[in-house]
Structures are given as structure tokens and as C-alpha cells.
Design a protein around this ligand. Structure first.
Ligand SMILES: [Fe+2]
Ligand SMILES: [Fe+2]
Length: 414
């Protein structure tokens, strides 16, 4: 199906695999044959974007994973949540408190998006950072909502299956009500609204500004409407608590932190690190996931929820072209669920970027499984560390959830 190309490598006649969005309106629809004009518009608007286009030769030779469904679901949810999140920000900026009538419509959209995600399950979570949004908080809240809910659904489905297995019951509904998680995710950073300027600041933050940031979970919890579910207030308050007790405001640790806050902590860290900010360039999905799973900060996160997260993430998109140490190029053709750093590759292009002939193709094989074929770069990014990660244990073992996350189950069996 696709190869993923930078704008400068596009040529007229290539066919788009996915919709291209400008914020959330479709700029160019999937299936479109690109014209010279389209390409120059893309180059002007999104010089850094990578675009999946159909490669008819490769398409005949190998079956690619089709991630369009997952992409569409992600866009739909993020679009709707960004819209209500914008309303929340506007309300707060105009000095109006969040009260029942203001939030009734918001709660309806939250419920709709929860139903939509439940009825359209995804195999992996995709968030594309737009870089073109004027309002950082709105995009961020939408991304945290989406990632938290995909994780929440994964855990709930597991718990539900396990419960059915243990009790031999036919079907059990409402194994875990995710509404407080969803609501808290949407509102989690409203405490930042009064100090939004710090997102745009390029100079180092002052002591007072740092202090104000540390206050935002408590402040946000206080800004929530009076009648809100107390669990939402709790989760907003705890969304920067760390597993090892190093977080704020309370320095809570382990299972003293509400499970929804532990889920959101991971969604929040990922969404924030992969977004560009005034003071910091966006990190790649690959780098962020690698750091979260293997870096020193992994002690901030609940280890089991982190595995759930790894099981739904695929930082290398289908069609990604990876430079090999031989100078040739491999393309990502399939994802292996639970192994985010080990997609299946096919070596498909020679040193000059020209397609190999049929009999010269190598693969598909999982990245890291061929000692003679090493990846070097993806775009500008050094990805050679992936060659050593082939035994990465991101696989989610059912026993592990049962044993080390007893509290996940306790939460469902009150
Ligand atoms: Fe926050
Ligand atoms: Fe956040």
C-alpha cells in the first residue's frame, strides 16, 4: 500500500493514502492523485509533514497493514474533544466560572466520544501533532483524552474478559466506568489557563512561574464545577503524582495514586513530550516512547499501565522508510502488536532510492531479527538503538495484569 515520503519527495500522480487535514478540516482527501499545485501547497503549509502515498509496485508484492481505520477514529475523537476543550478555555478566559449549564453540553460530547471509541475499537493509538494549532492546551487536552481512553478501554476489556472467564458469566457490562477518566482528561490542565503565557515563554521560567505550574493540579481541581463527580476532582488533582513518590502536589506513590490518574500521567507525558513548545522542539514518537519505557524517568509511571501503553503504540508508521547501514532502504509494512520497536520491514530500495527488483527484495522480517541488516536513520533521526532492542518486552501478558495490578481488578470488584 503506502510509502511514507517527505513533501520534497512527492511527485505529481502519486495517490494519497490518508486525508490531509488542516487542523481538522480535510485539505486533500485520501485517494487523490496529487497535482503539481497540491504539492506546492503542501510544501508551503506543512514543510515538515510526512505523507503516505500508494506505491503500486510494492503494493503488488507485499501486504501492508492498513491503519486508516485507527487514524480516522483518532481524528474524529480528537477533533470533537478539541472543540469542547476550546469552549472550556474561552469560558475560563472570559472570567466565567464553570457551572452546571456550561458543562452539560460538554459532558454530552464526552459520553458520545466514549461510546464512539467503544464501538470503534482501535488496535493502536495514533496522535499526530499538528504544530499548526494556535491553542496548545486545546490540542493537548484532546490528545490526553484520546490516549487515556484507548488505554482505559484496553484495561477494561481485559478486566471484563477476565471477569467473564472467572465467573463463567455470559456477558458483563459496565465492568469499569471510564467517565471520570474521560472527564478528568478533558479538564486536567484547566489550572494552567490563568498562566497560559508560560507555554509561549522562551526565556527560562522564574521561581514564581515554576511555583504556579506546580500549583496547577490543585488550582484546576478547585476550578471544576461544584457538582462534578468527586473522582474527577481527585484525578485532576493527582495527574502529576509519580509512581515513585517524586510528583506533586502530595508526593503520593504507587497505588495510593488513583488508577485513572496513573493512566493519565502516561498519556499526559507522551502527549506533552511529542508536542512542540515555544521553549522546546517536539521529540519524535520513537524517542519519547523509548525514553518512557527504558529511560531513567520510567520510575514515574505505573509499570503495568506502561505496558498497556506500549501495547497500543507503534512509533514507526506504516510506510516509514528507514535507511540501512548498507545504504539501502527498508519500509515498514506491518506492526507487531505489543512490540512497538519491532515492526516488520521489507528491504525495497537501493542506495539511490530506486526500487529493487522482485528477486532482490528482502523480507518481510521483524526489525532487529536479521543481524546482517541494521537500521540507521528515519528521516533525520538516528534510530540505530533499535537494532539492540529486539528483545524488548512490551508484550502484555495476561498473568502480569492479574498479578502485579491486583488493584486494577480490585477497582472493578469493589
Ligand atoms: Fe498538567
Ligand atoms: Fe497535561
Amino acid at each position: 500500500m503506502p510509502v511514507l515520503l517527505g513533501v520534497d519527495d512527492l511527485e505529481p500522480g502519486m495517490v494519497l493514502v490518508n486525508n490531509i487535514y488542516n487542523e481538522f478540516s480535510v485539505l486533500l482527501p485520501h485517494g487523490r492523485k496529487l497535482t503539481e499545485y497540491d504539492i506546492s501547497a503542501l510544501r508551503r503549509k506543512f514543510p515538515e509533514i510526512m505523507i503516505q502515498v500508494i506505491d503500486p509496485v510494492l503494493d503488488e508484492l507485499v501486504e501492508f497493514d492498513d491503519d486508516r481505520h485507527d487514524r480516522e477514529v483518532a481524528t474524529e475523537v480528537r477533533k470533537n474533544i478539541a472543540t469542547v476543550s476550546k469552549k472550556v478555555s474561552q469560558t475560563l478566559r472570559s472570567g466565567v466560572e464553570l457551572k452546571g449549564p456550561n458543562v452539560a453540553g460538554i459532558q454530552k460530547v464526552i459520553e458520545e466520544m466514549m461510546d464512539y471509541l467503544e464501538n470503534n475499537p482501535v488496535t493502536m493509538a495514533i496522535i499526530e501533532q499538528s504544530n499548526s494549532w494556535s491553542d496548545y492546551l486545546q490540542e493537548h487536552s484532546a490528545n490526553v483524552f484520546y490516549l487515556s481512553l484507548v488505554m482505559g478501554n484496553t484495561i477494561r476489556n481485559y478486566v471484563k474478559q477476565e471477569r467473564e472467564r472467572l465467573s463463567a458469566a455470559k456477558s458483563i457490562h459496565n465492568a469499569m466506568n471510564l467517565t471520570p477518566l474521560a472527564t478528568a482528561a478533558l479538564f486536567h490542565d484547566i489550572g494552567m489557563t490563568p498562566i497560559e503565557h508560560v507555554y509561549k515563554k522562551q526565556d527560562p521560567l522564574t521561581k514564581e512561574e515554576k511555583q504556579a505550574i506546580r500549583q496547577h493540579p490543585v488550582r484546576g481541581a478547585e476550578m471544576l464545577p461544584e457538582q462534578i463527580d468527586p473522582m474527577v476532582r481527585l484525578v485532576v488533582r493527582c495527574h502529576h503524582e509519580n509512581q515513585n513518590g517524586s510528583g506533586y502536589p502530595e508526593g503520593l506513590s504507587g497505588d495510593r495514586i488513583n488508577i485513572f490518574a496513573r493512566i493519565m500521567r502516561i498519556a499526559d507525558a507522551y502527549a506533552a513530550a511529542t508536542a512542540a513548545k515555544a521553549y522546546q522542539k517536539a521529540k519524535s514518537a520513537l524517542q519519547v516512547l523509548h525514553e518512557m519505557l527504558n529511560g531513567p524517568y520510567r520510575v514515574f509511571y505505573d509499570p503495568v499501565v506502561l505496558k498497556v501503553f506500549a501495547s497500543i503504540m507503534q512509533p514507526l508508521p506504516i510506510g516509514a522508510k528507514l535507511r540501512l547501514d548498507s545504504g539501502r532502504w527498508a519500509v515498514v509494512v506491518r506492526h507487531n502488536q505489543g512490540r512497538p520497536f519491532q515492526p516488520d520491514l521489507i528491504v525495497a530500495f537501493d542506495e539511490l532510492g530506486d526500487p529493487l527488483t522482485n528477486d532482490q527484495l528482502i523480507g518481510p522480517f521483524p526489525l532487529g531479527q536479521r543481524p546482517d541488516i541494521k537500521v540507521v536513520t528515519f528521516g533525520d533521526e538516528d534510530v540505530s538503538f533499535l537494532n539492540e532492542l529486539c528483545n524488548e518486552e512490551a508484550q502484555l501478558e495476561p498473568e502480569q495484569l492479574t498479578q502485579s495490578a491486583g488493584d486494577l481488578l480490585d477497582f472493578v470488584y469493589p
